[in-house]
Ligand binder design. Structure first.
Ligand code: AKG
Ligand code: FE2
Length: 223
């Protein structure tokens, strides 16, 4: 008998209802669980996130040396946790949607890709042996309609998700079977025309946010 592994997000119907939003499931892969979701953010929320990040995004730097990397050629910024009312409301919705307590959430990351920029194939979890409190799930939200290109591409699953404002792709990699986790390999394809903005929410296995505001370690890029 083939037994499916437990998933973090239990989505049985065609939509997920959070306290403040009705989120249709547009497409699904069962194992590893991958969901394409509509209507995760309103148009106004997408615009607000871009406005918050604009002027703060920095060229991607990856790894301990913080070298400019060819792995990701776009720019990014981590927003402050609960930075304003819009962020706080979005963060609460995402924790409910992803079925993980809010204190396990990393700060929201905003990425900006210009034409020609991309994010090469990678997994979002840390693969170094001593990865404590690793990442367990990801939600990539599209903040604008990229004119051409810029799909999120899962080569092992042969799945491409086109960026559409307000929609998102969810995936998780908390499986016993390491091969299932590895299948979540993904890339941001080069933007062919126009630009692309995304917000990424990563969840951790355990609490990540401090209870009170204390200096925190810088968030690391995946290995
Ligand atoms: O830009 C994309 O489509 C993917 C982004 C991504 O992989 C990430 O933020 O980890
Ligand atoms: Fe990623």
């Amino acid at each position: 008998m083939i037994v499916q592994e437990q998933t973090i997000l239990q989505a049985s119907g065609n939509r997920i209802r959070t306290k403040d939003r009705d989120i249709p499931i547009v497409a699904r892969i069962g194992e590893p669980l991958v969901l394409v979701l509509d209507n995760v953010l309103s148009g106004g929320e997408c615009d607000a996130l871009i406005a918050l990040a604009q002027g703060r995004v920095r060229r991607a730097r990856i790894g301990p040396a913080r070298a400019e990397s060819e792995i990701r050629t776009g720019s990014g910024v981590f927003l402050e946790e609960g930075e304003d009312d819009v962020i706080r409301r979005i963060e609460e919705r995402l924790a409910e949607l992803m079925n993980v307590p809010l204190p396990h959430a990393e700060p929201l990351q905003i990425l900006h890709y210009r034409a020609g920029e991309c994010y090469r194939p990678h997994v979002d979890y840390f693969t170094s042996g001593n990865a404590v409190n690793n990442r367990i799930s990801t939600l990539v939200m599209y903040l604008n309609d990229a004119e051409e290109g810029g799909e999120t591409w899962f080569p092992s699953l042969r799945l491409a998700v086109a960026p559409r404002k307000g929609s998102a792709v969810y995936f998780e990699y908390f499986y016993q079977d390491e091969r299932l986790n590895e299948l979540t390999l993904h890339a941001g394809m080069p933007v062919a025309a126009g630009e692309k903005w995304v917000a990424t929410q990563w969840m951790r296995r355990q609490r990540y946010r401090q209870e009170e505001l204390a200096p925190r370690q810088e968030v690391r890029e995946p290995d």
